[in-house]
Design a protein around this ligand. Structure first.
Ligand SMILES: Nc1ncnc2c1ncn2[C@@H]1O[C@H](COP(=O)(O)OP(=O)(O)O)[C@@H](O)[C@H]1O
Ligand SMILES: [Mg+2]
Length: 501
């Protein structure tokens, strides 16, 4: 009893008409890794926000180290050692890691900021817990995994010993997830308590001491992880018998796009060999490979920029091998081209002129034989506003924008017609981290909306993060199909070099 660090007793919280947390009770033992699992909307984040004091409960209480406590704000709970790492990071891109970590908790020496002492303390914590992010780079230049480490260190720096992680793995690659688990284990070794929120069964079983299940606002129960099975937890999560694979992976839908035995010759040379590939609705299919192994030709075949020599291409059940590019766009094909300055846009044109390129024949933009200029201007203004493009006016030359802002316009244009098949060819090449994350979020969003996506990239990390399945392309062939989330970088690299075990 005495080793409970924090106890939640019958907490309730409603938002207008949603009863988000229903009389939930749960205990946390000092030094344990305690997972909370539940489907989206089960109330996990709300429960955590009640614990940290971001929200005030409608009723119920929180007992901290044996006595009742009321937190008025997350700053309040952090004072007693409760820290939370949110899904979305709260860092300032222009500041270094050190500056971000000490922000709001500056060590002062004679009234002046003592950065060197802070830096020493931070490096000590880094060594102790196995963090490896660079201290002096601007945070905007760091990877998602590194930013997350900074968030963790930020609360460690404030001497937290109760850590809440709200779906921390959702944004990480498999390798980064392993890194995070190492940090969890180190934190645990040092007698910290970890609350790990996830909706993925596989994850929680590999790391937790105990598992609590939430469903529909209720805390269904807490279990020792070695006394329950995945299937047992799955039933508690959804409230009825269910095939666990259905929860573990969102099942992609029907096959939208298919290439069967496609071959292509250019200048008498065979550049695509017997390509068989399909893409389902709500699925991201990755193509990995060293550039120049047929990726450009694959995209050209799909978009009808070249005519295939044999085989067939299908959209749903319709054969579309000989349709023109424009017909394919009408069917719902869209593309982020690999070279935005060659095929995606014209540098010397203004933004409003660029947005119409390739779309000028669409009825939306026609008024008889004329172009509907108002519609065009509305579209470009919409893109600028929605995607926060840094541009002075729609009459500005495209070439004057930064690479990231140019790509936002190309991407905005590519999704405006609600595509069904989306080809992303090096969609983030040359972009900084925040523009990259923007493009990734667009791809994830299309996926959620049942678009079938082909992602061709030479960035393995990007492929691993986003793809459900990955094909390796080598010398015009699709070598092998790997299941995205379980793939090892090593085996991909070997295949990319044409080495088969
Ligand atoms: N600030 C809010 N205002 C209104 N409704 C909210 C708010 N936060 C959460 N909800 C609702 O409460 C329910 C539980 O949400 P949440 O705690 O975010 O679930 P989870 O983290 O398990 O996905 C959902 O129906 C959600 O829409
Ligand atoms: Mg949540």
């Amino acid at each position: 009893m005495s080793n409970y660090i924090l106890q939640v007793k019958s907490l309730n919280k409603s938002f207008e008409n949603v009863h988000a947390v229903k009389t939930a009770s749960v205990d946390f033992i000092e030094g344990e890794i305690h997972s909370i699992i539940g489907e989206n909307g089960a109330g996990k984040s709300t429960l955590m926000n009640l614990i940290t004091g971001l929200y005030e409960p409608d009723s119920g209480k929180i007992i901290f180290k044996g006595s009742e406590i009321v937190f008025k704000s997350p700053a309040d709970s952090l004072k007693v050692g409760i820290g939370i790492v949110h899904q979305h990071f709260m860092l300032i891109d222009e500041f270094t890691a050190v500056e971000n970590i000490i922000l709001g908790n500056e060590i002062k020496k004679n009234g002046f900021l003592d950065i060197s002492t802070a830096r020493i303390k931070i490096s000590e914590l880094q060594d102790k817990y196995g963090f490896n992010f660079p201290l002096n780079k601007k945070v905007g230049e760091l990877t998602v995994g590194e930013k997350q480490q900074i968030e963790i260190l930020k609360i460690l720096f404030r001497e937290a010993n109760f850590f809440i992680f709200d779906e921390p793995t959702a944004v990480l690659t498999p390798i980064e997830v392993e890194g995070l688990y190492k940090i969890f284990r180190k934190l645990k070794e040092n007698n910290n308590t970890i609350v790990f929120i996830s909706h993925k069964l596989k994850e929680i079983f590999s790391i937790s001491d105990r598992i609590s299940v939430m469903r529909n606002g209720e805390l269904i129960g807490t279990f020792n992880s070695d006394e329950v099975t995945k299937a047992g937890i799955a039933v508690k999560m959804v409230g009825h018998e269910i095939d666990i694979t259905k929860i573990e992976e969102r099942i992609p839908g029907e096959i939208l796009f298919e290439m069967r035995d496609v071959e292509l010759f250019l200048k008498k040379k065979k550049v695509l060999h017997n390509i068989n590939l399909n893409i389902r609705a709500g699925e991201i299919v990755g193509i990995a490979g060293v550039e120049g192994n047929g990726q450009d030709e694959l995209v050209s075949s799909i978009m009808s920029l070249v005519k295939i020599n044999s085989g067939a291409i299908f959209f749903r059940d319709q054969e579309i091998s000989s349709l023109s590019t424009e017909d394919k766009i009408k069917l719902g094909f869209s593309i982020i081209p690999s070279d935005r300055l060659k095929t995606g846009a014209v540098t010397e044109f203004t933004l409003k002129e660029n947005v119409l390129l390739g779309l000028h024949n669409f009825p939306e933009f026609r008024r008889g034989i004329f172009i509907n200029l108002e519609k065009r201007d509305t579209l470009i203004k919409d893109i600028i506003e929605k995607f926060n493009v840094k541009a002075e006016s729609i009459n500005q030359e495209f070439g004057n924008l930064s690479g990231g802002n140019q790509q936002k316009i190309v991407v905005g244009k590519s999704i405006f017609k609600n595509p069904e098949i989306f080809i992303a060819h090096h969609p983030t090449r040359g972009l900084d981290i925040s523009a990259t994350e923007f493009v990734h979020s667009i791809l994830e969003n299309l996926k959620q909306n049942d678009v079938g996506i082909l992602l061709i990239s030479s960035d393995l990390e990007e492929l691993l993060r986003l793809s459900d399945r990955i094909y390796i392309m080598y010398k015009g062939e699709l070598l092998e199909e790997l299941q995205g989330k379980s793939v090892e970088i090593n085996s991909i690299c070997k295949l990319m070099a044409g080495i088969k075990d």
